[in-house]
Design a protein around this ligand. Structure first.
Ligand code: NAG
Ligand code: NAG
Ligand code: NAG
Ligand code: NAG
Length: 396
């Protein structure tokens, strides 16, 4: 009887996980037969009541025919055009204070992702809980129950962690390759909070020590597995981190060293909780993707980590009339092995698409190449103290 029950449970779990076509057979996110894994990032939809909710900051002549439904249409077009393997919503998915029923708003906001059957994930912004009906926990719980999502509420092994929606996802190597059972790309999702609750600190929330500790533990565990058999690797698998509020380090750039535009200030927390340093120390995360500042869409590199915005997506969100709503795409590509199969991740590229007639592609850039960053070794100065002059020679 015990065995039968187990068998039954196995069948149910297997069938239900494969209904989410995650999934090329075994319920895992993995690279496709083309050796690529493509992620569509949707930032700041600000969805409310659909057709009844007007647009903000569009041209006067566009105002009349414009609503949340334009946000829906944009996602649908993007899914059709890019055919992503995964969709991530980086917060302010709904605009709580204008949502009559936050659950209905989420149903409508995520509907294009759900009906596409593409696995999707979401994190919270600072506006998602601003209805009177669902708090942050309620919103995240609701999301984790939706169809085709791979979002999680929080790590189960950690008893106390700040926020809701801290989790990681492994993207496994291509079917039939030696990396089929290894996570070759790691995705981290964090709740960057809403507003400070510390009286002496004004402004937005931040990533707390409990969350950073979880990230460190998770990154260390993943790195250990990647360096172990089979096909033990020297360097960690690249990681990408997604959350809502930009880190204070986003302010370290100007147009001379980023790709994209900065048309408003960096609305990070007013204090620095050190998550950037934690990321640099861990060594695996190669890029951070946020939203929150709708008029900034740049991507720049600081000490081996790209800090990127997606730019505002939603029509019921502030924007700039005449400046297209936009979205960011990331593609990781595998290297070919000598025998012609797929290996580990070779490079990671990103670009943006505009919601204009042709979904114009802009600002393509390579953000990581295998062997190009992370724990850098200095071949030309290995036997003496290394200085920056030395590094410059090496880089040239
Ligand atoms: C919003 O959608 C309507 C209906 O498809 C369309 O006519 C209008 O041009 C769109 N507005 C914008 C700003 O894209
Ligand atoms: C999820 O999908 C199933 C099967 O397509 C459907 O019966 C169910 O109503 C959906 N659940 C939600 C919450 O939409
Ligand atoms: C991957 O794991 C499956 C199931 O455990 C196993 O049958 C298979 O041999 C493994 N493949 C490789 C290449 O390690
Ligand atoms: C970008 O360039 C400015 C000077 O134009 C400099 O102050 C800043 O440190 C640079 N940032 C990075 C991350 O290199």
């Amino acid at each position: 009887m015990g065995l039968k029950l187990e068998l039954l449970l196995f069948v149910i779990l297997f069938v239900s996980s494969c209904e989410l076509r995650i999934c090329s057979g075994d319920g895992k996110l993995r690279f496709g037969k083309n050796g690529e894994f493509k992620i569509l990032q949707v930032a700041d939809m600000h969805f409310a009541d659909g057709k009844k909710t007007p647009c903000q900051d569009v041209l006067p002549e566009q105002m009349k025919a414009c609503s949340d439904l334009n946000t829906t249409a944009f996602i649908r077009r993007m899914i059709r055009a890019e055919k992503p393997d995964f969709i991530v919503f980086t917060g302010d998915n709904i605009y709580g204070s204008d949502a009559t029923n936050p659950a209905a708003s989420m149903n409508a906001a995520f509907a294009p992702a759900i009906s596409s059957k593409i696995p999707w994930a979401a994190v919270l912004g600072n506006h998602d809980q601003e209805s009177t009906l669902l708090n942050r926990e309620g919103v995240m719980k609701y999301i984790t129950g939706m169809n085709h999502t791979v979002s999680k509420l929080n790590p189960t092994r950690f008893h106390t962690i700040d926020g809701y929606g801290n989790y990681n996802l492994e993207v496994h190597g291509s079917e039939g390759s030696r990396f089929v059972n290894k996570s070759v790309l790691n995705l981290y999702f964090l709740d960057s909070g809403d507003y400070s609750t510390v009286p002496d600190i004004p402004g937005y929330g931040w990533i707390k020590p409990s969350q950073q500790y979880w990230f460190q533990q998770t990154s260390a565990k993943l790195q250990k597995a990647y360096k172990a058999k089979p096909v033990p690797q020297k360097n960690p698998a690249p990681g990408l981190a997604y959350f809502h509020i930009p880190l204070p380090e986003y302010a370290n750039f100007d147009s001379s060293n980023f790709t994209g535009v900065r048309q408003e200030g960096i609305s990070s927390a007013s204090i620095n909780s050190g998550f950037f340093t934690t990321l640099v120390e861990a060594g695996d995360v190669k890029a951070v993707f946020t939203g929150h500042d709708h008029l900034n869409d740049f991507c720049g590199e600081l000490t081996g980590i790209h800090l990127c915005y997606a730019g505002g997506f939603g029509y019921h969100a502030y924007g700039l009339a005449g400046w297209s709503r936009r979205t960011r795409v990331v593609v990781a590509s595998l290297e070919k092995t000598p025998k012609g199969g797929w290996g580990a991740v070779k490079s990671i590229k990103t670009w943006k698409r505009l919601d204009d007639r042709h979904l114009t592609t802009i600002d393509s850039q390579v953000i990581w190449k295998k062997g190009s960053s992370g724990k850098i070794s200095f071949p030309f100065c290995s036997r003496r103290k290394c200085n920056w002059g030395c590094l410059k020679v090496w880089v040239r």
